[in-house]
Design a protein around this ligand. Structure first.
Ligand code: CP
Ligand code: NVA
Length: 308
């Protein structure tokens, strides 16, 4: 019977905290959880959720995943806990390590989550930072695998801002051997450290293409993926970014340039008629709601590996 294997790294702060074998193992477990072929009991282990930003999918999918594993969740609201008052991370992390078995943290700076990991004796999971969204990438590639099975034949084009979601797609794509293209307006290219790390681990020549030319990036792609133009924490940049991203919209005209069987992904929440049209979200090519569902199965797999 399939069993969750312990991961080499204690924490999941970046997509690169896993090896390609580990990502494939997580996806196999997730598929088995989804098909109800696998039952794991974590015996009342407790997941602490610290969310400095809003969330629907990540929060609820972690809560349900934990409950399906026979565990519990505590939602540590930064406003009603002492976290919002500015208690040092090194104190909070050491205290929570004595109550909980694992923490999932959504915050701004990657440094903050690294600080939590440094001072925690329990695993820490990145539930989104400005730099990465590694749990999202696990569900995204699970959804792509459901469609195409073999990653080696897949071209994924991400259209939008080169920040958290794009960065984790690049890194996890490098682990899995997917060809990744990023189409963004000038000045919104992904983090150069992320690009260098991805190029260093990818076994594929020219696996990554970063371009400002939307149409060349979309041509023949199997997956078109987008995210909001202005991320959480960028509310004051909205007006400028709306102008800068003008034209970077997944609409029916753009979808025609992709491969015939191309699927559409979006991490959600979406701004319909900005980065994607309502018609495309609702189209037969869209796998957006399967992708959202897969967050829960992938995180159930992640938690069972981290806590086994
Ligand atoms: N995709 C995602 O992380 O959604 P939430 O912000 O609702 O958690
Ligand atoms: N880039 C978006 C992703 C939301 C899931 C943000 O950071 O707000």
């Amino acid at each position: 019977m399939l069993k969750p294997n312990k991961l080499v790294n204690k924490n999941f702060l970046s997509s690169l905290d896993m090896s390609s074998e580990e990502v494939n193992h997580i996806m196999e477990l997730a598929e088995n959880f989804k098909n109800k072929n696998l039952n794991i009991d974590l015996n009342n282990k407790v997941l602490g959720l610290i969310f400095d930003k809003s969330s629907t999918r990540t929060r609820v999918s972690f809560q349900v995943a934990m409950s399906r594993l026979g565990g519990n969740t505590i939602d540590l609201n930064p406003i009603t806990s002492q976290i919002g008052r500015g208690e040092p991370i090194k104190d909070t992390a050491r205290v929570l390590s004595r109550y909980c078995d694992v923490l999932a943290i959504r915050t701004f700076n990657q440094y903050a989550i690294e600080e939590y990991a440094k001072w925690s004796s329990i695993p820490v999971i990145n539930a989104l930072t400005d730099l990465e969204h590694p749990c999202q990438a696990l569900a995204d590639y699970m959804t792509i695998k459901e469609e195409f099975n073999d990653f080696k034949k897949v071209v994924l084009t991400f259209i939008g801002d080169g920040n958290n979601v794009a960065n984790s797609l690049i890194l996890c794509g490098a682990l899995l051997g997917v060809e990744v293209r990023i189409a963004c307006p000038k000045g919104y290219e992904p983090n150069s450290l992320v690009i260098n790390k991805a190029n260093a681990i990818s076994k594929k020549n020219n696996f990554l293409k970063i371009t400002n030319d939307l149409y060349s990036a979309v041509s023949g792609a199997n997956v078109l993926y987008t995210d909001v133009w202005s991320s959480m924490g960028e509310e004051n940049k909205k007006e400028d970014k709306d102008k800068d991203f003008h034209g970077f919209t997944i609409d029916s005209n753009l979808v025609e340039k992709a491969a015939k069987d191309a699927i559409i992904l979006h991490c959600l929440p979406a701004y319909r008629s900005k980065e994607i049209t309502d018609e495309i979200i609702e189209s037969k090519n869209s796998r957006i709601f399967n992708q959202a569902e897969n967050r829960m199965h992938a995180q159930q797999a992640l938690l069972s590996c981290l806590l086994s």
